[in-house]
Design a protein around this ligand. Structure first.
Ligand code: ZN
Length: 129
């Protein structure tokens, strides 16, 4: 009888044959080979502001909201959105989008008439209905 080289994946309970020389415990469906098994994606090391933080800071500066509580909170979320990965990043972006109208409340949209903006949004709503 041939030695059984199969391993049962703890996630999906399927048996699979690990490649020679690897000590893979999870199948490649559950843990793609690029990630080391049992490793969660690590935050990107701090390399200064990323694109989302830069854009957020520029917009806040334009409307002079950088030093408000909401502006500072928005910037912190933007930093997270740049640095984190996976579901943490997705949730930072979700919060960012939610908080943005609060941080910018009462300020004008850039280079755009507010009424035009509303009319545009109405048109888009009608188009997608
Ligand atoms: Zn699996």
């Amino acid at each position: 009888m041939v030695a059984d080289l199969r391993v049962r994946c703890p996630d999906c309970k399927r048996q699979f044959r690990p490649r020679k020389g690897t000590r893979r415990r999870y199948c490649e469906d559950c843990r793609p080979p690029r990630l080391r098994p049992d490793d969660e994606p690590a935050p990107v090391p701090d390399q200064g502001p990323g694109p989302i933080e830069d854009a957020c800071r520029a917009e806040l500066e334009r409307v002079d909201r950088l030093t408000t509580l909401e502006g500072a909170a928005l910037l912190a979320l933007a930093r997270d959105a740049d640095r984190l990965q996976g579901s943490a990043r997705a949730s930072a972006i979700r919060e960012l989008v939610k908080l943005k109208p609060v941080a910018f409340e009462g300020t004008a949209a850039p280079q755009r008439d507010r009424l035009d903006d509303l009319a545009q949004r109405r048109r888009e709503r009608r188009a997608s209905a």
